[in-house]
Design a protein around this ligand. Structure first.
Ligand code: SAH
Length: 238
């Protein structure tokens, strides 16, 4: 599979992701061009591979970020039926994807990044503030980073838990599709989530699942491809 898309600059990396068809929508390409990975990956930011960011967490590889955004795109972009998309990014880690998502939701959209390790929540916030655009997105309230257990989703205090999420991205491997996440998914809405395999212990160990909830609330799950993510776990004891 021609997914290695490393480059020597952010734009070269994005061009390679485009050429290898990991990014196929111009809107996604333009969002990726706006966010410099150098602000988020501590070393070799334009290499197409995951990298450690401390606390046993990794910033995912660019082609995985691309795949997540490509799959969620129709639920992230503002439109007539969804003028102010609400997006949840669970396991926000470096903050990279949270920022890319914020570039796509439009002026009225909202993105909440949830992290269970406080220093990583702060890392995401700090990384985003390295650019003027990132600072403005945080100061303007389009993006919020919060500390919490992502397996429970996030009930937004400002909206008193009433509103659901149009798109949920989970950046760590879950043991199952947690019921609370499904409950918080809008109708229609989509979740992109790595889940541990129940069978095939010799295989990848995890697969990405695309979970759709339709207008009537009916849920359909599709198993997409094998991956290796860090686990969605209890927070480590301080
Ligand atoms: N999207 C991030 C991925 C970071 S790795 C990036 O590309 O930078 C996965 C993250 O999930 C880690 O930062 C880890 O701390 C976090 N995590 C693991 N279990 C969690 C849980 N129960 N709730 C919230 N975050 C969790």
């Amino acid at each position: 599979m021609a997914w290695r898309s490393s480059g020597t600059s952010n734009s070269e990396l994005v061009e390679n992701l485009w050429r290898n068809e990991m990014i196929t929508h111009p809107e996604v390409k333009s969002a990726f061009l706006k966010v410099d990975r150098a602000h988020y990956a501590p070393r070799s930011p334009y290499e197409d591979c995951p990298q450690p960011i401390g606390h046993h967490a990794t910033i995912s590889a660019p082609h995985m970020h691309a795949s997540a955004v490509e799959h969620l795109l129709q639920f992230i972009m503002p439109g007539e039926e969804r003028p102010a998309p609400r997006v949840l990014d669970i396991g926000s880690g470096s903050g990279y994807l949270t920022h890319v998502l914020a570039e796509l939701v439009g002026e009225r959209g909202r993105v909440v990044g949830v992290e269970h390790i406080e220093p990583l929540k702060e890392l995401g916030e700090r990384n985003m503030k390295k650019s003027r655009e990132g600072r403005e997105l945080i100061e303007g309230g389009r993006v919020r980073f919060r500390v919490g257990d992502g397996r429970k989703g996030w009930r937004d205090e400002e909206e008193q838990g009433r509103k659901s999420w149009d798109a949920i991205h989970v950046g760590a491997a879950a043991v199952k599709v947690h019921e609370e996440l499904l409950e918080q998914l809008a109708s229609p809405g989509r979740m992109f989530i790595p889940v541990d395999d129940e069978d095939d212990p010799q295989g990848w160990g995890q697969h990405i699942w695309c979970v759709d909830k339709d207008e009537k609330g009916e849920v359909k799950k599709r198993k997409l491809f094998g991956v290796r993510y860090v686990p969605l776990t209890d927070a480590p004891k301080a």
